[in-house]
Design a binder for this molecule. Structure first.
Ligand code: MG
Length: 371
């Protein structure tokens, strides 16, 4: 089987509500998403999506995905999409780094391989858990009253796992953490997500002031060096998110004991092929994981669900799904949907959901010969 064409679409995915991160310093209203259709000479078509959650969140760029695909396409056309490592090597040779530009092609190739094998991607990866995955809420940076209201609205929809965004003013953060802990219900898990916003001394002030509580902080500093620098001076468990990009980052986190949890974002780490290695590093070191796409439509959420289903159930803390924050649905009603705070894995071979092409608009680029 050979890849004969790569067709690229750009879609703006509007958020239902403006969203603030990192203590309010980052605001998002629309996500720039890239959809990729990969055709083969076997008549099987695969789809991928890459959506880096705006261009201020990570060193990743929507237009950069499309430029990167233009650079890599000539190296990928003609390859067998079922040979993920060959496709990965070709992309890494054509364009070192720029992992976020590679994930949509990687995803489309896994979709094709799954369809060819008659298996959902998760099964093809050797996993395939059918246990519904808990979906984390996403409680944007707000004050105590708004935090309570948002958490209550998620609870009403069945969510028991909450990602409460903090980071910014130290006193306000301490107040919000302490208040949230007073309303946390039995069976609920809360992750206080700093999204890199604290300096080292701010992190230590909040973590020291909440030492009597059993709480976990995600990405309480900018870099792995920051996490390492504060590590010996607090006792709170930590989740590594934005600073986990490469396999080398994962090995350092594991070797140096920098975090108890890894948050694997598929677009950021370069897709399923690279994420599977990070998963294995985590599992080999007793590190639990969150899994998510980064942003995007139900296609991206479905990709995340397949990786999540390749974990042993007790090593997966949960997933996050962007779909409920968007006002545009490119595959209405199809694919895994958040029901009662959980996502259920698709049983369909391959990815299991493709977009309605008329919702994507005309392609912005085509490489190779489309059938
Ligand atoms: Mg996070």
């Amino acid at each position: 089987m050979k890849i004969t064409a790569i067709t690229v679409y750009q879609v703006d995915l509007p958020l239902a509500q403006p969203y603030w991160l990192s203590g309010g310093r980052l605001k998002f209203e629309t996500l720039d998403s890239t959809f990729v259709r990969v055709d083969t000479d076997a008549g099987i078509t695969g789809w991928g999506e890459g959506c880096p959650w705006g261009h201020t969140y990570l060193p990743a760029h929507g237009p950069g995905i499309r430029a990167g695909i233009g650079t890599m396409a000539g190296f990928v056309l003609g390859l067998d999409p079922r040979r993920h490592l060959a496709v990965e090597r070709a992309m890494d040779l054509a364009l070192p780094g720029h992992l976020y530009a590679k994930s949509p092609i990687d995803m489309a190739c896994w979709d094709i391989a799954g369809q060819a094998a008659g298996l959902p991607i998760a099964d093809l990866m050797g996993g395939g858990s059918r246990t519904p995955a808990p979906v984390a809420s996403s409680v944007g940076a707000r004050d105590i009253d708004e935090t309570r209201k948002l958490v209550e609205s998620y609870r009403a929809r069945g969510y028991r796992l909450h990602s409460v965004k903090v980071g910014g003013d130290v006193a306000r953060d301490i107040g919000r953490v302490r208040d949230m802990e007073t309303i946390r219900q039995a069976g609920e898990a809360v992750l206080y997500d700093v999204n890199r916003a604290w300096s080292r001394q701010q992190a230590l002030r909040v973590m020291t002031a909440t030492r009597d509580l059993d709480v976990m902080f995600e990405q309480p500093g900018e870099t792995l060096d920051d996490l390492a620098a504060i590590r010996a001076r607090h006792s709170a468990p930590v989740s590594a998110d934005e600073c986990l990009v490469t396999l080398q980052d994962a090995t350092r986190i594991a070797r140096d004991g920098l975090a108890e949890v890894m948050n694997i974002k598929l677009n950021r780490v370069g897709g399923l092929t690279k994420a599977a290695r990070i998963r294995d590093i985590a599992l080999a070191h007793g590190i639990h994981c969150f899994v998510m796409a980064t942003g995007g439509s139900v296609l991206a959420d479905t990709e995340a669900m397949h990786l999540a289903a390749s974990f042993p159930d007790d090593s997966l803390l949960g997933v996050w799904a962007c779909q409920d924050m968007l006002t545009l649905d490119v595959a209405p009603g199809r694919g895994p949907r958040c029901v009662d705070g959980h996502l259920r894995m698709s049983q369909t071979p391959g990815l299991g959901v493709h977009p309605d092409q008329d919702r994507l608009g005309p392609p912005v680029a085509t490489y190779g010969n489309r059938p």
